[in-house]
Every structure is written in structure tokens, then in C-alpha cells.
Design a protein around this ligand. Sequence first.
Ligand SMILES: [Fe+2]
Ligand SMILES: [Fe+2]
Length: 318
Amino acid sequence: MTVIASKPPMVTTPEGEELPVQEGHPVERRMVRFDWSNTPLHWVPDDPFSTHVINVLHLLLPAGERWFLDVVNKAQPLVDDEELRATIKPFVQQESWHAWAHTVVLQHLAENGIDTTAYTAMLDKWFGRILSDHPSWPPRMQRWWLNRRLAVVAAIEHFTCVMGKWILENEGLERAGADPVMLDLLRWHGAEEVEHRSLVWDVHANVSGSHTQRVTGMLEVVCTLTLWWVAGIRYLMRHDPTLHRAKPRLRDWARAVRQDRLPGPGTLYGSVPRYLRRSHHPRQEASTENALAYLERSPAARAARASQSASDAVASGG
Ligand SMILES: [Fe+2]
Ligand SMILES: [Fe+2]
């Protein structure tokens, strides 16, 4: 078992037992907040394409992450590893805070003339009808369906980790003069994705462990995520009142990758073969230390810590 650093963080089980947190599992929720009042619509200056490619995250993540935590919560009673079962709670807390933080950005987009409700309603329908529970199915099929969905969430968590690592190491967006508040949101979220990168994989391994499900889950995610992402970019560009219905082009992506403003196909699709290896484990994908180092200096995470300490002091009468 790999344990973080010399003084490992601990998690308390519902029975009150203290256990060291394994690498790739989360420790706590950080209740960060962002002020969007000074963020321009094109927060990568003069680059609406890169802006909207990344903005698709705000469309996908609120519904997506609520679905993740619903699936993982359903699997929790089946997990027979105490530490893993206990770290599901901070995972659920982190993902629900992420979902909320991205929902606030959608309000900011609406204030700037981009109404995203048609897209998010379609996405909600997809999650609600296709990926939801099927209580009329026989119990064995319901269990299989839960395992299949866990494999899909684990595959998506692979990409959130890959993108998290990319944004933590990226310098191109700063060089482009990107809005610091949006960069902080993306890096805070990316850092927590790196921090909890193994959680869903380990839950799936604990309750199912099927390599076939991992492979099919990943292939489904590559196809559906690509389709939803392209649809999201087209939607945002079509509804951006300043762009006069401009369409995204592949050569815009090539240019943005050259400028280090977006991850390229090698970073995203190139990570799939290693995920499909039997020997793969998400802890190999990124460094918890780098993620925690960013969370130490993130302006929003620092403000959240200060406000938490202030309310703790009030609660203890200090
Ligand atoms: Fe997240
Ligand atoms: Fe996540």
C-alpha cells in the first residue's frame, strides 16, 4: 500500500477508526468560491475558440459529476475495504462542490448572452434516461449495470486526471493572458481530480474488477465524450453573440495546441492505450504532491482555508 508523504493524512471510518489515506484517495472538501464579476466572456483574450473548448467543461461537469457521485454512493455499501469506503465521503463532497462551482460559471455565461439551458437540458435527459437506475431489472442485472457504470465513471476520471495534470503544468494559458480567476478554478478542480484519481478505479476494482468492463467503459467514454464535447463547442460558438455563428475548425485546435493553450490528441487519446493495460493503476498517472502544492498556493483554496479557520475560531469561542 502506498501512503502519502511522511505524515500521512488520516480518514475516520463511521465506526470511529482512524486509517491512513491511500495515494489517489481524497482527504477533504475545500469550499472554494470564485468571483466572476471581472472575468471577460473570452477569458483567453482574442481566442474564443480556446475559451469555448474549455468552457465545455462548465456544460458537462455539473450533470456529469452529480451522476458520478450518485453511482459511487450506490456502490459504497458493497465496498469491503474500510479506508476506501471512508474516502468515498470526501470524494462525493469534492465532486458535488465541483459541480456547484461550474454551475455558477453557467450563470456568468448567461449574463454575457450565452444561454446554455438547451444543451444542459439535453445532457440531463441523457443521464436521466440512459445512464440512470433500472429498478424493474432483475437484481443480478442491476448489479451488473452498477458495475458497468462504475467502469464508465473510472474512465471519465482518467480523463479528468489527465486534464488536471495538463492544466497544473500548463504555461501557455498564462502566456496568452488568460483570466486568473478562471485559471484558478481550472487548476483547483484539476488538482482535486489528481488528488482523488484512484478512488473510482479502486471502487470498481473492489466490487467488480472486470478488465473487460474497464476496456468497454473506456471505449464508450472516448466516443461519447468526443461527441458531447464537439457538440458543446459548436453550441457555445453558435450562441456567442460576438461570433456571428462562427464554426469551430480542426485547424483552430491545431493552432491552440501549438500555442500550448489546449491539450492535443496525443495528451488525450494518447493516454488511452496505457489505461487499457492490465497493469495500469491511476496512481501512476500523476503526482499527488504536485496537486497538493497547487492547492497550497491557489488563491481560492487559501481564501477557503482562511474562512474555515475563522469560522472554527468563532465556533470554539476563540
Ligand atoms: Fe470533479
Ligand atoms: Fe473526479
